[in-house]
Ligand binder design. Structure first.
Ligand SMILES: *Cc1c(COP(=O)(O)O)cnc(C)c1O
Length: 495
């Protein structure tokens, strides 16, 4: 805990008249006199300004903070034979307490501007939610909701039922299972369907997603044995065929969403693997990663393999993320065959990995948008961001640039430059959307690293990207032009 900080800087101390008179009669700077000159806790708490703090933050918090300052003051007296500055200036102590207490009570998960050029930024919370999802979440937070209750039948229900009807309509899947994220979905699929048995995976698909999530590690964790087939660049149907034994539980396909192997390559399509698995009586499972439910080519992105296409090709279970290209809350969806989904639902891990009502409410609201695909590009924030044209972004940029130049000169210059936005979250690493960046450069007396710090300390921190001696703000990420202008104007004026 900060017990005084800037308030304890050395400087001559001045005492209240009362204390001063007392002190004058004794040796003025003996430790005893200094200890006596320290105000008491009760006298501090009784001051109107501190009483007001207690109204805001509660007596215990104010008392604990004051305790820290008094303790630091006693240490200062014993070590340096002097009083801290605030003894002569109660306003200074009050200011310190306000800083300290407001820091303790401020939210670390506050809104920021993601102008990094990566739309689905994992460090910035991935997909922003639609207004409908936000409304659905606040309503189930506020009121009881039939999370595990069938209103019509008046009996106990299953929490995943909230979305299973929607998933059936959107993907054709017989059933579905929802967990906390796609990593959990993969772990659950493997644990429930393949534990103690072999799973065949192509060497070209032994993906590391980031952090500790590598397909071989997840398999070990799930208790199945990985059987690698093929080579890094080429895997053929016969490689899979030859690897099947009586111990094989499944073939697993992993969508290599975060890298791209090009050149002399071969992979086996799901439709062919589906046939093989049916013949040999084993399961075909697929980790799709992003798993979009809509055609992304309208934005100039590549089409992602969809869960519905995978199921038609004969894949038994498909898993994908809720907060990547789907544009919903953090979650992992597993869709597919009823009998296998039943196995997942009754596995003990499902209880540990299940989603709460907030996530399910947001996911349901997100999926409802997909029933009317023509509204996706206005209702789902990630789609709205993908849909912006470079021309629109250039016009926004010109307006911002004109308004901001006078506020940032002469220390900083502002230019507009073409740039490229990434999807992010490991999706489509080699596809970019043409965009426009507001680029700040340091001129005489300016410092780019100071500017970057200053932007991060804004009321709503502005996060850009440092590159080539520029602080670049990719405008595809903005939520509201007028609000960004206000934020950046304040930052300029404060410089
Ligand atoms: C992103 C990804 C995951 C992990 O999904 P989370 O929702 O981040 O847990 C797993 N597999 C693939 C192929 C991915 O792209």
């Amino acid at each position: 805990m900060n017990v005084g900080g800037a308030c304890d800087n050395a400087s001559p101390s001045f005492f209240s008249t009362l204390k001063m008179t007392q002190m004058m009669t004794q040796a003025p700077d003996t430790p005893q006199a200094l200890y006596r000159a320290l105000p008491s806790m009760d006298s501090l708490l009784a001051k109107p300004s501190f009483a007001q703090l207690q109204q805001t933050y509660g007596k215990a918090a104010v008392k604990a903070a004051l305790d820290g300052h008094l303790h630091a003051a006693r240490t200062l007296i014993s070590q340096e034979h002097r009083l801290p500055n605030w003894c002569s200036d109660p306003a200074q102590l009050h200011g310190c307490l306000v800083d300290q207490l407001s820091r303790d009570y401020c939210h670390s998960l506050k809104p920021v501007w993601n102008l990094t050029g990566t739309i689905l930024h994992t460090n910035l919370g991935r997909a922003q939610q639609s207004e409908a999802a936000i409304k659905a979440v606040s309503s189930v937070m506020r009121y009881p909701t039939p999370l595990e209750f069938e209103l019509a039948a008046g009996e106990r229900g299953h929490r995943d039922n909230a979305i299973s009807g929607l998933i059936h309509r959107l993907t054709g899947a017989e059933a579905c299972c929802v967990v906390n994220n796609n990593a959990a979905a993969v772990l659950l699929m493997l644990s429930a369907v393949t534990a103690g048995k072999e799973v065949i995976v192509s060497r070209g698909e032994l993906v590391e997603i980031g952090g500790a999530f590598r397909i071989p590690d997840i398999m070990r964790q799930a208790g199945c044995t990985l059987v690698e087939v093929g080579s890094t660049n080429r895997t053929h149907l016969k490689d899979y065929e030859q690897a099947i034994t009586e111990n094989t539980a499944a073939i697993m396909k992993v969508h290599t969403s975060n890298y791209h192997i090009s050149g002399f390559t071969a992979a086996v399509e799901e439709a062919k693997l589906g046939e093989l698995c049916r013949e040999r009586g084993i399961a075909l499972i697929s980790d799709l990663g992003s798993g979009s439910l809509t055609d992304l080519r309208r934005f100039g992105l590549k089409q992602e393999p969809t869960p519905q296409a995978m199921l038609l090709d004969g894949v038994d279970l498909v898993s994908f993320s809720g907060d990547k290209l789907l544009g919903g809350p953090q979650s992992g969806l597993i869709v597919g065959k009823q009998s296998l989904i039943n196995q997942l639902q009754s596995h003990p891990l499902k209880r540990a990995l299940r989603c709460d009502k907030l996530i399910l409410a947001a996911l349901e609201a997100t999926l409802i948008h997909y029933l009317t695909p023509e509204t996706l590009d206005t209702e789902l924030p990630i789609m709205a961001k993908f849909a912006r044209s470079q021309d629109t972004l250039r016009q926004i940029g010109q307006r911002l640039q004109q308004a901001l130049i006078p506020l940032f000169q002469p220390a900083y210059g502002i230019e507009l430059q073409d740039c490229q936005t990434q999807v992010g979250s490991g999706s489509q690493p080699d596809t970019f959307l043409p965009s426009v960046a507001l680029c700040f450069t340091a001129l005489k007396g300016g410092s780019l690293s100071l500017l970057e710090q200053h932007f991060k300390q804004a009321e709503r921190p502005v996060i850009g990207r440092m590159s080539n001696d520029q602080l670049r703000l990719d405008l595809r990420g903005i939520d509201n032009e007028a609000e960004l202008l206000a934020e950046l104007s304040t930052l300029g004026v404060q410089l």
